[in-house]
Structures are given as C-alpha cells and as structure tokens.
Design a protein around this ligand. Structure first.
Ligand SMILES: Cc1cc2nc3c(=O)[nH]c(=O)nc-3n(C[C@H](O)[C@H](O)[C@H](O)COP(=O)(O)OP(=O)(O)OC[C@H]3O[C@@H](n4cnc5c(N)ncnc54)[C@H](O)[C@@H]3O)c2cc1C
Length: 351
C-alpha cells in the first residue's frame, strides 16, 4: 500500500508529528509496539526558565506559542482539556540561586516569566526566597496519547507491531510489510540506540522516577519547584518527581528514588507529611549529548529520518519542531542548524 510517511513510535514525538502530517493531508501509518513509553510516564511540565542559573530556554519565543496553539487546537478537536496552565513557585535553594534570581528580576526579557513572590507562607520552608514563574503548567500526556491513538486507529493509520529493522527493504523502493512509504521517520525514544541507521548518534538516556501521592494536609495550588517538583492534581493527590539518573535505561522502580523524593518534599513542606505513595512510575528520557534534539535525514538514505532527542522538554519542544520537520519534508525547508543531525555527519558513525 503506498503511503507518504511511516512513523515508528507513538510517543509524544511520533504522535504529534503524525497529527501535523495528517493535518497537511499526508497519508501516514504509525507503528508502535505498545511497550514502555517515556511520554506516558512524563509529568508533561512546561517551564520556560530552568536550572540553577534560572536561564530562559533560548527558543522559548518560538516553542511556547507553538506548543500552546497545538494543545489548544487538540483540546478543541477532541473536546478534552490537555494542558493545565498553573503558576510555579520556584524555591531558591542557596545564595547562588538567590543572586541569579535578583539578576533575572532586573532583566526586561525575563519579566513575562518571573516575578518576586514575597507571599510564601510558613508552610513552605524557603530561607533563600521564592520566585513566581509564569507561563508554566503541565500537559496530560497519557490522556493526549490515548486520544491521538484512537484518532489514528479511526483513520486506519495505526498498527500495533514491533518494527523489526531487518524487515525494512531499502532498494529499489522503501517497503515494510504491506506498506510502501515515501519516507520513514524514526521516533523510538531512547530505544533509538538499537536503530541500525541512527543508533550511532550520541544519545545520553536518563532514567527518571515519579511518585503519585496523597496527603490529608492542604497542599499548595501551584506547582512547587525546588530542584525536584510537586504538581498538585485532583483533590488530595499530587505528583512528586522526577529523579534524573543519567546512563540508566532500566525501568525498575527503586526504593532510593522513592526515599529521595519523599525526603526532598519533607524538607520543603513538612506539613504535607505523612504522605501515602499510591504509585511509582519509571521512564527513560531520550536525552542527548549536546542537549539538543536529533532531527533530520540519514546522510546516505535520504528518505530515512529521525525525529527524537527531546530529552526532558518534549512537551514544550515537540509541537514547534514537528511543524519545522513537516515543512522540511514537504517543501524542502531548512531545519534549524542546532537540531539538524547534519552536525554529526562527520564526527559520528551513522551505521
Ligand atoms: C520520569 C520522566 C519525567 C519527565 N518529565 C517531563 C516533563 O515534566 N516535561 C517534559 O516535557 N518532558 C518530560 N519528560 C520527557 C518526555 O517524556 C520526553 O521528552 C518525550 O516524552 C519523549 O517522547 P518520544 O516520543 O521521543 O519517546 P517515547 O515516549 O519513549 O516514545 C517512543 C515510542 O516508540 C516505541 N518504539 C520504540 N522502538 C520501537 C520499535 N522498534 N517498534 C515499535 N515501536 C517502538 C516505544 O514503545 C514508545 O511507545 C519526562 C520523562 C521521564 C522519563
């Protein structure tokens, strides 16, 4: 069956790319093995200003409006609330962060994102102060993926299957089982290191664990970010996360992660104790050596592509990059240099 694009992986990357391609009236098939998926685990946080130095994401003025528009359209189409806008209280952890905060509060380009927050109650232990971050919130990734999967199934554009790389025929034309795609886009998350064509790219996957919790105590209405974070959910529920364990790719929950996350929140909001942990989830982020996504075409097989490497920022970054990628595929538009895998053509072995 001739199709335009075959996508491998129905995480956030493959799903939003498929959505964008279908909106451009391209014939798409998405293959997913239904196994472990970082997007299902992800907290979906969108936070434009991050790190100890409180640095604004350099592309935020592109990425954020594209993400908001994408999730707004999806919400309208599926009549579901996918993105929850919620301010974030950033707890300053030491003198260095306090100085960085003072500096940022004086920078005009940070004013849309940060404000002083002198109103912190005694319930939050913050001897170095608190900032209020704006334009933050979280994406309900599991809910969105479920809707997009049903949408693809309804369009006969979804197959649950393992994409076995040996089954792909490259010459004279691309074909995989009954499909003859013009392009194949690999969106396998951290599993991309198994990919025979793109597995040589410098991925640096990082395991992460999240707790779903409950407490009888009143919890803040904002997201609390203290290095780790607390996201208020419905009623007395909240999530705590996420650990960052570079180099680990197993998906076993650990007592150490649970202990670390519970100890962290107890130090910031002791009034929330005792906390009941109702679930512990584990995933592996597709992080990369230079912290930039891996997008683009294989140097030798021009119709094999990768759309991956969104690390810990998939919710913010994927919608804008999906648009750029579709323009590159359809109209031969140039991809942004910083994310284009051409940067590794000479230095990395692409098998
Ligand atoms: C604990 C944790 C917390 C996170 N928190 C946030 C956050 O707050 N905000 C944020 O923006 N991001 C967060 N992330 C990162 C986010 O999950 C990623 O940026 C994004 O979800 C990656 O999506 P993806 O589609 O590239 O990969 P995945 O979601 O991993 O999807 C890849 C899919 O491909 C499938 N697949 C792989 N190989 C094959 C094959 N051969 N055949 C068929 N199917 C295959 C897999 O089964 C999977 O379904 C977090 C991640 C973790 C683990």
């Amino acid at each position: 069956m001739p199709i335009d694009v075959l996508i491998v992986g129905q995480g956030l990357a493959g799903s939003l790319l498929a959505w964008e391609l279908i909106r451009q009236e391209m014939r798409v098939i998405v293959i997913d093995n239904g196994r472990e998926n970082a997007s299902q685990v992800a907290a979906g946080l969108i936070n434009p200003v991050t790190g100890q130095r409180l640095v604004k994401n350099s592309d935020v003025l592109d990425l954020l409006p594209a993400a908001m528009q994408c999730y707004r359209v999806l919400s309208e189409v599926f009549q579901q609330h996918f993105f929850v806008a919620l301010p974030m209280l950033r707890i300053l952890n030491n003198v260095r962060e306090q100085r960085a905060a003072e500096q940022r509060l004086n920078q005009p380009d940070y004013q849309a994102f940060l404000a002083a927050y002198p109103d912190a109650t005694d319930a939050i232990k913050a001897p170095y102060g608190v900032l209020r971050q704006a334009q933050t919130g979280y994406l309900k990734t599991g809910l969105l993926l479920a809707h997009l999967r049903n949408f693809l199934i309804a369009k006969a554009s979804y197959r649950q299957a393992d994409f076995n790389y040996n089954e792909l025929i490259l010459h004279p034309n691309l074909s995989w089982r009954e499909f003859s795609p013009k392009h194949i886009v690999f969106c396998e998350g951290h599993h991309a290191n198994q990919n025979p064509w793109f597995g040589g790219l410098p991925f640096q996957p990082a395991k992460g664990e999240i707790l779903r919790c409950r407490s009888a105590a009143k919890r803040p209405e904002q997201i609390i970010n203290y290095g780790h974070w607390m996201i208020p959910m419905d009623a007395q529920q909240f999530k705590l996360g996420a650990t960052f364990q570079p180099g680990q790719t197993d998906t076993r929950p650990t007592e150490l992660a649970k202990h670390t996350l519970l100890q962290g929140i107890a130090g910031i909001m002791p009034g929330l104790m005792p906390i009941v942990v109702t679930a512990q989830h584990v995933g592996v982020r597709p992080t990369t050596l230079d912290k930039q996504p891996f997008i683009g075409s294989h140097p030798q097989y021009a119709n094999l592509h990768i759309f991956n490497g969104f690390g810990a920022k998939g919710s913010l970054a994927i919608p804008w990059h999906a648009k750029q990628f579709v323009a590159a595929l359809q109209k031969h538009a140039l991809l942004p240099i910083a994310v284009n895998i051409q940067r590794y053509y000479e230095t990395h072995f692409l098998r």
